[in-house]
Design a binder for this molecule. Structure first.
Ligand code: HBI
Ligand code: FE
Length: 289
């Protein structure tokens, strides 16, 4: 995840494609313990809240065993399930590099883990966000295809000057998406499921809007990078998300969007499918503070 990264430089020691060795043997006992602490907290809370495919992915990839996962082992299992791999990078990578990895079914992950002081909030995605949050769903064939399609779409969007629009799709699906299962809403976005606070907030709190997924609408909608989202978008199924992404011709959409103003984070439109209109009480409290 995360935004603006046009001018970052490739660090010494990183390959042409920005990858670095994970160097799994170098993790300290304290770092493994940090992973276990974060894992246990999420594992205790997520059942019943997260989409079943996420739990299935954790099991299938044997991510339930203690300690920071070894990317080679993870990639071997993932490769068998869906043809994906996990590769280490030093941090944020340029958009084109990011998209190119996804288009080739490689997920780039940070290899560092947060410190105890950063338990609940950190700016850059660490290994817990990237691996616990993103990797389980890559074991699902439909979601795996969606991520590849996103990477391919990103490369095209770059050529059309429309990365900002497409990045919003990623944000409101891959990072902060909700999904309908029967009459319930469940979590699937990596930014939510890797966060204790947002896993509760996104589903239970009356503050945020919960609105039906609408591709064009969502690519017009700004997002927050500094706090819980003020609107979440609900997909019907991973099949539907993949189908819409593959079947849509994005170029004319981008043309249309160029003439329109972006929507504020908490906007509700008359044509939105509303699951609930949020009170925005949480965001209002923060404004005063
Ligand atoms: N780099 N390591 C890393 N992880 C990301 O999630 C990421 C990135 N670079 C660009 C990026 N995400 C986004 O800006 C794109 O989705 C647009
Ligand atoms: Fe992310």
């Amino acid at each position: 995840m995360r935004m603006a990264n046009a001018n970052i430089e490739r660090p010494e020691g990183a390959a042409e494609d920005w990858t670095i060795p994970q160097n799994w043997g170098a993790y300290t006992p304290a770092e493994h313990a940090m992973w276990d602490q974060l894992f246990e907290r999420q594992a205790a809370m997520l059942p019943g809240r997260v989409v079943q495919e996420f739990i299935d992915g954790l099991d299938m990839l044997r991510m339930t065993k203690p300690g920071i996962p070894d990317f080679d082992e993870l990639s071997e299992r993932l490769m068998r399930a869906t043809g994906w791999q996990v590769v280490a990078v030093p941090g944020l990578v340029p958009d084109r590099v990011f998209f190119d990895h996804l288009a080739n079914r490689r997920f780039v992950a940070g290899r560092f883990i947060r410190t105890p002081e950063q338990l609940d909030y950190l700016q850059e995605p660490d290994i817990f966000h990237d691996v616990f949050g993103h990797v389980p769903l890559l074991a699902n064939p439909i979601f795996a295809d969606y991520m590849q399609a996103y990477g391919e779409g990103g490369l095209r969007a770059d050529g059309l000057g429309a990365i900002e629009n497409l990045a919003r799709l990623y944000w409101y699906t891959v990072e902060f998406g909700l999904i309908r299962q029967g009459s319930d809403l469940k979590l699937y976005g990596a930014g939510i499921v890797s966060s204790y606070g947002e896993s509760l907030f996104a589903l239970d709190d009356p503050s945020p809007n919960r609105l039906g997924f609408d591709l064009k609408r969502l690519m017009r909608t700004q997002y927050r990078i500094d706090d819980f989202q003020q609107s979440y978008f609900v997909i019907d199924s991973f099949e539907d998300l993949l189908r819409q992404t593959i079947e849509t011709d994005f170029a004319p959409l981008y043309d249309e969007l160029r003439g329109q103003q972006a929507l504020e984070v908490a906007t509700v439109l008359p044509q939105d499918h509303v699951f609930n209109i949020g009170t925005q009480a949480y965001a209002k409290t923060k404004e005063i503070a």
